[in-house]
Ligand binder design. Structure first.
Ligand code: NI
Length: 146
């Protein structure tokens, strides 16, 4: 049973990165057909908007579930420093063998942030463009139980 004082906190972050959608599991022709212009060998960039949602109980002393400065520092260290102005394919080890779609980016960012110590990570939502967004809430056992 959840506590009546449990609150969710969502905070938005932005980073810019380039990627190329290309799968080693597909032939050149299949890559072209599946990914279209996103398979261009030179890649292309996106301004990603990432919404990080955490939950926790309201601390009666502070009135907060987590200090935003702590969350910002954690996200900066574990996500922004690693992704901003980078090539996802070349600079992020997880995407050497995994296609850097926004689906996979959600999963990678969830893994990177799930150990945030001050609150439980609920979900990662990413807007790749103004037209599409993706969400990942982890598997049942993931996240940091409070
Ligand atoms: Ni793209």
């Amino acid at each position: 049973m959840s506590s009546p004082l449990k609150i969710e906190l969502g905070r938005r972050y932005r980073f810019s990165a380039s990627h190329r959608l290309h799968s080693a599991h597909l032939t050149e022709e299949e890559n072209c057909r599946v990914f279209g212009k996103c398979n261009n060998p030179y890649g292309h960039g996106h301004n990603y908007v990432v919404e990080v949602t955490v939950s926790g109980n309201v601390d009666p002393a502070t009135g907060m579930i987590a200090n935003l400065a702590d969350l910002d520092a954690y996200v900066e260290r574990n996500m922004l420093d690693e992704f901003d102005l980078k090539s996802l394919n070349e600079d992020v080890p997880a995407f050497r063998d995994t296609v850097p779609t926004t689906e996979n980016l959600c999963i990678e960012i969830f893994q990177r942030l799930k150990s945030f110590p001050s609150a439980k990570l609920e979900r990662i939502r990413i807007e790749e463009t103004g037209k599409n967004s993706f969400e990942y809430s982890g598997e049942n056992s993931e996240g940091n139980r409070q």
